[in-house]
Design a protein around this ligand. Structure first.
Ligand SMILES: Nc1ncnc2c1ncn2[C@@H]1O[C@H](COP(=O)(O)OP(=O)(O)OP(=O)(O)O)[C@@H](O)[C@H]1O
Length: 285
């Protein structure tokens, strides 16, 4: 391992019965990178994220975070090592205030003592104030207005915010955990053009904080705008890994998208907008 390796997958496999959702993937993500993971629907992109973040237990291979073997570790242990994520289908607490959803990320970071909390000591109250202030700062950072026009403010239930604003809250919660590596699962899905432009800027600003980013994305304009490196999956296997131009012109990638999408016309645009994906229960297996 070199010192700059944040994430290393060695022959990682995730199988569900006869389906190899992730099939022997080798992948290294270094500090300071922004990498996009693309591939046709069902290629194994989310299963890859789920195996890295402990939501799926790999059925083969090894996963290391900054040199620590985390194969089969729980999501909390992986987050503690600095790998945090957002989800394709938002995983906020819809009935809880916007602010509390981000505060949850800060509490997960830990540092508070149970007796202080039970006795509500001055130290506990000070720490709670600091957590609230920091949650506001992360919401400011991701660009969520104090009052979203026509919706609730930060004291209102997050489930009543427009979809694009909820996506920002999820990113704020992940950032509040101070990741070294942030995994974004289809962050542009369901966003309008202006929101996608703001997201492009946000990914660059997150990177500017020193956070490495891996994103699963179908929106090729966003992929091009943020990442110098693109990894392509198809049927669970990594079929290409390189610059966007190299990957777009790789015959294996062209074939994968031709096979998946009858409307495919150009190697410059491997796919259009994704269909909203149906709800699926993802569990720690
Ligand atoms: N919990 C599960 N149980 C059974 N099969 C699963 C499960 N999760 C994923 N799969 C299967 O694994 C394969 C890869 O799915 P995955 O969701 O990882 O693909 P994806 O590339 O993220 O697709 P999309 O772009 O549509 O989100 C698919 O065949 C899918 O049906």
């Amino acid at each position: 391992m070199t010192t700059s390796e944040l994430l290393t997958l060695e022959r990682t496999e995730v199988a569900f019965g006869g389906v190899r959702a992730v099939d022997g993937v080798d992948l290294t993500i270094g500090a300071g990178e922004i990498v996009s993971v693309i591939g046709p629907n069902g290629a194994g992109k989310t299963s890859l994220f789920n195996s890295v973040t402990g939501f799926y237990r790999p059925t083969g291979g090894r996963i290391r975070i900054a040199g620590h073997d985390v194969t089969g570790a729980r999501p909390s242990a992986i987050a503690a090592l600095g790998v945090c994520r957002t989800f394709q289908n938002l995983r906020l607490f819809p009935g809880l205030p916007v602010l509390d959803n981000v505060r949850a990320g800060l509490h997960l970071r830990g540092g508070q003592h149970v007796f202080d909390a039970l006795l509500r000591t001055p130290r506990y109250r000070r720490s709670e104030r600091e957590i609230t202030d920091e949650a506001h700062r992360w919401l400011d950072f991701v660009g969520l207005p104090e009052n979203v026009p026509g919706a609730v403010d930060r004291a209102g239930p997050v489930g009543q915010l427009p979809y694009g604003a909820q996506r920002l809250v999820e990113i704020a919660r992940a950032l509040a955990m101070r990741p070294k590596l942030l995994l974004l699962d289809e962050p542009a899905a369901g966003l309008n053009a202006a929101e996608k432009a703001a997201l492009t800027d946000l990914v660059h600003r997150i990177h500017g904080l020193g956070v490495s980013v891996v994103l699963i994305e179908h929106d090729m304009r966003l992929v091009r705008a943020v990442s110098k490196r693109v990894v392509v999956l198809n049927f669970g296997k990594k079929i290409a890994d390189g610059t966007p131009d190299r990957v777009w012109n790789d015959p294996a990638v062209v074939d994968a998208y031709l096979g998946a999408d009858p409307d495919y016309e150009s190697a410059d645009a491997p796919s259009g907008e994704p269909e909203p994906e149906p709800e699926r229960e993802e569990s720690h297996v």
